[in-house]
Each structure stands twice: as structure tokens, then as C-alpha cells.
Design a protein around this ligand. Structure first.
Ligand code: PA5
Length: 448
């Protein structure tokens, strides 16, 4: 059993919820509405802590981190490409880590010491064929990531590439590493039979909550992301998640807002980072919220059909794609902005025209323009009585990303308690997996 260590650096994230009070009460939330839930915090927290769910404990797993470091040292310089085979919770966190924390054009840079990372999270043959065009098998490491060890998409990809090594007369155990359940599943069995190294996904951590296990940490470390800082950030937000004080507990506050606004008809949650780096964070969260909270039954076995529909948007890009709908379409959405205070060295916008129509660009920078555009969008939504909050972060760094993962995982766990549903299963996904398998075996449509 893992013990929980306290963190020595405090959270750097704040929630600005002032706009919820500015929109009319029918569509917003007052402080008193929120505070009515303050007393429930301890009960919901205690209920959650009874569950066998350890996403908030695995971030103390020093043994896993040490093993990842050892593996990194053993493989350093051996591979040009790393390919992750995985889907859903086994890939989205890794995609987010790479997008958020690595140079966006790293491999166009003249010199980089890090291997290229490709995440194959689909079975479209075009993807498989085209990756083969750019890799050298002898300089490629495959990370096969599947918690269950039996996901058809991931297993079929593994078989394909394993066969490639066989055809080339190369010993696959030098080119494959598995990340899977410590005991169960086909992949674990294969790892034992073939002597392929395997890292664990703890049985008590669900796929979509597993980014801070070897699932995300191993690929991240292999491309040079500071995983210690990531975990440190997660631990700092974990302190908030476990706090019984309403004002301290940001994950609970977030969940209460999502829950209460869904009761006011805002069942669509739009996450809008004003940061190119965080575009994939919104993808990661989309799965977490959709699979965790979209449920037919509650814990009393009543049919409830609850769910929050996650939508991804990107500032400023989607102002020219979605904003018309958001401002004037149905008032059925809750907007969650992410605002980054430090977007790096100010990048000045040269003032090359004295035309009046662009006077507003004088003496400004891209940094300022992006955040002011966010303020404009937020202002318009508020004027139109569209509930919105801003998650303010100081920068996009490993520490802050760790905090963000834990903020949203913690909020999702609390949402499960507020709706009284199991946020950690996915019967709807399992059903489609079973039907697909039957279709493949029987070749007939088994849908009644
Ligand atoms: O959250 C989940 O459990 C799922 O979305 C899984 O991550 C996804 O189905 C992939 O499963 P596995 O990691 O077992 O291959």
C-alpha cells in the first residue's frame, strides 16, 4: 500500500469564478449556492476514499519512477524513434505530455538529443503504413500500452509490428516494452513467455486516470520530460483534493460548479485553453469527463442517464469557428477557460501600418494579444449570460501540468460522488468491444 507524502511546494493554479455571479441567476451561480455544498465536502471525500481507486496515491510511487530512470539510462542513445501503441487512457495522456512540454517543432530543429515520439492510437492502415515509411526498425522502440492487456486495437498493432521483427530475423525483446496490468491479461502473459520487459499499471488505477503511472511517465521520461516535477505538481494539487476545507479544495469546487450548472441545463462543458501547448490537454480531459460521468445507472441501480458532454476548443483559433454558437446559440454550456500568465518572452508585433483600422496593435505583443482576446471572449460570453470561469495558471511547465491533471481527476472523482454513480467503470465501452469481437468471430451482425 502506498503512503501519501506531503508536498513542499504549494499549488500555482487559481480558479477565477467571478463571472458566474455576473450572469443572471438562472444561468449562473451565486456564492451562496456554491457554499451550500461546502458542508457536503467531507462526506463526499470520505465516500470517495472508501473506494479502491488510487490515482491520487500512485504519484508517490518512487519505485516506478526509479525503474523508469534506469530504463532511460539503459536505452539512452539507442533509438531514434519511440512508438506508443495504445488507445484511450493508454495514449491521450502521452499525446498531451508531448504536445504541452516539448518544442512544437523539435525534430525540425538542427540538433536534438531526444528520440522522436509517435503515438499510434488508431488502427487505420494508413497510419500503420505511413509510420513504416519513416522508421528504421533497428532504431525503433515500441511501447505497447494496454492496462487490460487485451484491447483489440492495441493487440493487433502489436502483432503486426512483432511480425515485422520476426520477418527481419530480429529479436523482438530488444525492441518492445510493455506497460500493462501487473498480473493479468494477455500482454503480461506474452511478456513472461518472451522475456519482454514490462512496466506496471496498478490494478487500482483506471485507464483514463493513469497518465501519472508508467503509462504516461515512461514515454515522457524517454523524450526528456521532467517527470519528477510533473509528480511534484500533482502532489501539490493532491493536497487540495484531500483538504476538508471548501476554500482550499479546488477539485471539489470545480465539481460543484459543473454539477450545479448541469442542473441549470448546462450539460455541455467547453474547455478552452488559450495556449497552443494545451490543445491536447483538452483531448485528454474530453475522455476523462465523458467516460467517467456518462452513465446509465446510479449506485442504487436506478436508470439515470447522467453525463456531461465535453467539448474542446482552442483560443484564439476557435473564436473564428465556434464563438458565434457559444454566444448566441442555446445556453446549454459551461465554459472553462485556461489562461496562461507567462507565455514566454514577449513577442512584439511590429507596427508596420499607420492605418487607423489596426491602431489597436500598436505597442503590443502576441502574448498580450492572446490574453486580451481571451478577456474579450470571456466578456462577450458573460454579457450574453453564458456561465464561464477561468483556470489561471502561471505557465505551461511539468509542475503545472501535474497540477492540472490532478485538478481534473479529483474533480471527476467528486462528480462521481455528486451524481452517485461509478465514475471508474465504462460498461458502455465494454458493450461495443464485446459486439465487435462477436462480429469478428461470427461474421454476422449480432446487434438485436
Ligand atoms: O479509461 C479506460 O479504462 C479506457 O478508456 C481505456 O483506457 C481504453 O479502453 C484502453 O484500454 P486498455 O488500456 O486496457 O487497452
Amino acid at each position: 500500500m502506498l503512503s501519501i507524502t506531503r508536498n513542499n511546494r504549494s499549488t500555482m493554479i487559481t480558479l477565477d469564478t467571478t463571472n458566474l455571479e455576473k450572469v443572471i441567476p438562472e444561468h449562473g451561480l451565486s456564492t451562496s449556492e456554491m457554499e451550500q455544498y461546502a458542508n457536503g465536502l467531507k462526506v463526499y471525500l470520505d465516500n470517495f476514499l472508501q473506494l479502491d481507486q488510487d490515482f491520487y496515491k500512485v504519484i508517490d510511487d518512487v519505485t516506478a519512477v526509479n525503474r523508469i530512470h534506469e530504463f532511460y539510462l539503459q536505452t539512452k542513445g539507442k533509438f531514434n524513434d519511440i512508438i506508443v501503441l495504445g488507445i484511450g487512457g493508454s495514449s491521450l495522456g502521452t499525446i498531451c505530455l508531448q504536445q504541452s512540454l516539448k518544442h512544437l517543432f523539435e525534430h525540425e530543429l538542427k540538433k536534438t538529443e531526444w528520440p522522436r515520439l509517435h503515438v499510434l492510437d488508431n488502427i487505420d492502415p494508413a497510419l500503420m503504413r505511413e509510420i513504416e515509411d519513416v522508421i528504421d526498425y533497428e532504431k525503433t522502440l515500441f511501447l505497447v500500452v494496454t492496462k487490460s492487456g487485451g484491447t483489440p486495437e492495441t493487440l493487433s498493432q502489436y502483432f503486426y509490428f512483432e511480425d515485422r521483427y520476426k520477418q527481419k530475423g530480429l529479436d523482438s525483446k530488444n525492441y518492445f516494452v510493455f506497460v500493462t496490468d501487473p498480473e493479468k491479461g494477455l500482454l503480461r502473459k506474452i511478456s513472461r513467455e518472451k522475456g519482454i520487459a514490462a512496466f506496471d499499471v496498478p490494478a487500482t488505477v483506471g485507464g483514463r486516470f493513469s497518465v501519472l503511472t508508467s503509462v504516461g511517465l515512461l514515454p515522457a521520461a524517454l523524450i526528456g520530460i521532467d517527470i519528477e516535477k510533473l509528480l511534484e505538481g500533482a502532489r501539490s494539487m493532491r493536497d487540495r483534493f484531500l483538504s476538508e476545507s471548501f476554500s482550499e479544495n479546488l477539485p471539489y469546487q470545480l465539481a460543484v460548479m459543473q454539477y450545479l450548472l448541469s442542473k441549470k441545463g448546462k450539460s455541455i462543458n467547453v474547455l478552452i485553453p488559450y495556449s497552443q501547448k494545451l490543445i491536447r490537454f483538452a483531448d485528454w480531459y474530453r475522455q476523462l469527463l465523458a467516460e467517467s460521468i456518462g452513465k446509465k445507472m446510479n449506485r442504487k441501480s436506478e436508470v439515470v442517464h447522467v453525463g456531461l458532454t465535453p467539448v474542446n476548443a482552442l483560443g484564439a483559433t476557435d473564436q473564428h469557428s465556434q464563438l458565434q454558437l457559444y454566444n448566441e446559440g442555446p445556453n446549454d454550456k459551461f465554459f472553462l477557460f485556461i489562461e496562461v500568465a507567462n507565455l514566454g518572452e514577449p513577442l512584439k508585433i511590429p507596427y508596420l501600418s499607420d492605418d487607423e483600422s489596426v491602431a489597436y496593435l500598436k505597442n503590443t505583443s502576441f502574448n498580450e494579444l492572446l490574453n486580451i482576446e481571451k478577456a474579450g471572449t470571456e466578456g462577450a460570453l458573460t454579457q450574453n449570460d453564458r456561465p464561464n470561469i477561468t483556470i489561471k495558471i502561471p505557465e505551461v511547465s511539468p509542475f503545472v501540468l501535474g497540477e492540472l491533471f490532478m485538478l481534473f481527476e479529483g474533480a471527476t472523482a467528486f462528480l462521481g460522488e455528486l451524481y452517485d454513480i461509478d465514475a471508474f467503470d465504462q460498461p458502455g465501452v465494454e458493450l461495443s468491444k464485446n459486439i465487435t469481437k462477436k462480429l469478428l468471430v461470427e461474421g454476422t451482425n449480432v446487434v438485436p
